[in-house]
Design a protein around this ligand. Structure first.
Ligand code: HEC
Length: 117
């Protein structure tokens, strides 16, 4: 009973590793969901749950498009020295930061601050 289960588990681990290697630039859906929660809850605690701003500035898509993915990922990983914006590199990888940056530029629900709602 115990051994087949162990082999199954080892098999799953190997196939998961192989999958992670073959799709290096695509985060798995679970990690994407975790990062989305981080963005709207943790980042949202300062930037607003809808990114409309609070302690931190609003992060509308039109403004985020003014940054490259690399520049945004750098801000996210290292923070903005001398401000309340913290760096997140202890919690997320560079790939994670680029995913959030890409999300802010393309899948951001807040298109602009100029549209009345
Ligand atoms: C503790 C509060 C706080 C948290 C949490 C926080 N930020 Fe910030 N963030 C700030 C502040 C304050 C600024 C403005 C800093 C400045 O330029 O003076 C800022 C600036 C930024 C900027 C630059 C905005 C611009 O228009 O120049 C981006 C992008 C950003 N934050 C993204 C994020 C992301 C993504 C997260 C979560 C991973 C996050 N922030 C979490 C407070 C926070």
């Amino acid at each position: 009973m115990y051994q087949p289960a162990l082999f199954l588990l080892i098999g799953l681990l190997f196939s998961a590793t192989a999958m992670a290697e073959s799709h290096e630039d695509a985060l798995d859906p679970q990690r994407q969901a975790e990062l989305e929660t981080l963005l709207y809850q943790d980042c949202g605690s300062c930037h607003g749950m809808t990114l409309r701003g609070g302690l931190g500035p609003a992060l509308p898509r039109d403004r985020m498009e003014g940054f490259t993915v690399e520049a945004l990922a750098h801000i996210i990983l290292h923070g903005i020295p001398g401000s309340a914006m913290p760096g997140w590199k202890a919690l997320i990888s560079e790939e994670d930061a680029r995913w959030i940056a890409d999300h802010l530029r393309k899948d951001n629900p807040l298109e602009t601050l100029n549209t009345p709602d």
